[in-house]
Design a protein around this ligand. Structure first.
Ligand code: SF4
Ligand code: SF4
Length: 408
């Protein structure tokens, strides 16, 4: 199995590390708690030992020379813990490594192995399976969902003071299929903005969350994405727009075409790109004065380093708020908040998650911001918990909500 998972990119990362240690300080786990086992190369080395045992010809012949190690059930559990709980796949270390070693990709392979051998966290497996079950029988959920959406539509109408505002579901021929997460906070502000911008849109039956991505279970990840692709084809939309979700956006935009082996007959964008376009084209009447408190922005690793969305959120924030302060460092060098790649969904990992988030908490405190914006729900949850744990006295919100608040 390992040989199928180790492609050239991973193989290069397994082979070229010279253990120089330059990446040590790049990892938020190490910076928050400096221990050898929190360094990127220590983690990757644990997987390299397995690789040497099974795939490296010299390691197979002379296991003692290169530390090749037998893989017992206990060893697999330990490796699974390393891959799932002590690396958020944030990719920051890759940008510090002179050879571009992708520790996160090595960890992703380890996650695949752990998932296939039954060592993945049960909670992530259950969440992925629930998403697949919903995709297999959407009619079972439809009436209840539409009832809930009607309630949210009334909230949108109240906030806009107009009974004409709508949240359409399943509307064939709409230009945009908007894919939310499961909370109202990913539907109401966006619906307000679509209505004000007079957009042609319809709400997806499904959520963009894809827990199989965290499990590195590609067949399941593909099935979860497929639900939305089929819906888009059925409704003949021109574009799929993904809500403010860290992993959901790169999964749909960058990974799905690879999983399916072709591109799709519709565009795929993040809501951030759409709102940025509305701002630039003057489609929203905005008043910066509505958001006068100091504000900072946390770059989600998935949207930023992996998704390339750095300027769009900043353009929107500058248009809707009057006191924007950058964290240092930011953009490509931004530190992970500590919750990425599924950590936030597993209660047993709360302590390690909060500890690894100390660096982000310190960064936020230094800005003096009272409001922290993030465009990923995992980051949003984590920063909310960091707020309580480290006493930051901040409010955490999304770009969509901040923009909806700035409507004149
Ligand atoms: S991953 Fe790169 S920076 Fe880190 S120890 Fe290996 S070669 Fe050095
Ligand atoms: S990918 Fe991120 S969390 Fe994982 S070792 Fe590198 S810096 Fe640390």
């Amino acid at each position: 199995m390992l040989d199928k998972l180790v492609d050239r990119r991973v193989l290069a990362s397994l082979e070229v590390c010279v253990r120089c240690g330059i990446c040590t300080e790049s990892c938020h786990y190490y910076r928050s708690n400096p221990k050898t086992e929190h360094t990127p190369y220590y983690r990757a080395e644990q997987v390299r030992r397995v690789y040497r045992q099974f795939l490296d010809p010299v390691g197979r012949t002379f296991p003692g020379w290169f530390g090749a190690k037998a893989t017992t059930d206990e060893a697999l559990s330990k490796l699974a813990e390393i891959a799932f709980a002590s690396c958020t796949l944030c990719h920051r270390c890759t940008f510090e490594c002179p050879f571009g070693v992708e520790t996160a990709e090595i960890m992703r392979v380890m996650r695949s192995v752990a998932t296939a051998t039954g060592h993945a966290p049960e909670m992530l497996v259950e969440l992925a399976n629930a998403a697949i079950a919903k995709g297999e029988n959407p009619d079972f959920f439809r009436d209840f969902y539409i009832e809930q959406v009607k309630e949210l539509e009334r909230e949108v109408q109240d906030r806009l003071g107009s009974s004409k505002a709508q949240i359409p579901v399943g509307q064939e021929g709409a230009r945009i299929l908007y894919v939310p997460l499961s909370g109202a906070h990913t539907i109401v502000p966006q619906a307000i903005l679509f209505n004000v911008a007079r957009e042609s849109w319809t709400l997806s039956m499904f959520e963009t969350a894809n827990y199989a991505v965290f499990l590195s279970d590609l067949p399941k990840a593909r099935r979860i994405v497929e639900r939305i692709i089929k819906e888009a084809e059925l409704l003949k939309v021109k574009e799929i727009v993904i809500t403010e979700c860290g992993h959901g956006y790169p999964a749909m935009r960058w990974d799905a075409p690879k999983w399916f082996g072709h591109t799709f007959p519709f565009r795929i964008r993040s809501i951030l790109e759409v709102l940025d376009e509305y701002v630039r084209k003057g489609r929203l009447p905005l008043n910066q004065g509505q958001n006068g408190e100091p504000i900072t922005y946390h770059d989600s690793c998935n949207l930023g380093r992996k998704g390339g969305l750095y300027e769009e959120p900043r353009c929107i924030i500058r248009a809707v708020a009057s006191d924007f302060r950058e964290m240092t460092p930011n953009r490509i060098h931004s530190f992970c908040c500590g919750a990425g790649s599924g950590l936030v969904a597993v209660p047993e990992w709360t302590d390690i998650r909060l500890q690894a988030g100390k660096l982000k908490a310190d960064q936020i405190r230094r800005t003096g911001a009272k409001i922290v914006i993030t465009s990923c729900d995992n980051c949003r949850y984590q920063i909310g918990e960091l707020n309580e744990h480290y006493g930051l006295n901040i409010e955490v919100t999304s770009i969509s909500e901040l923009t909806a608040k700035a409507l004149a």
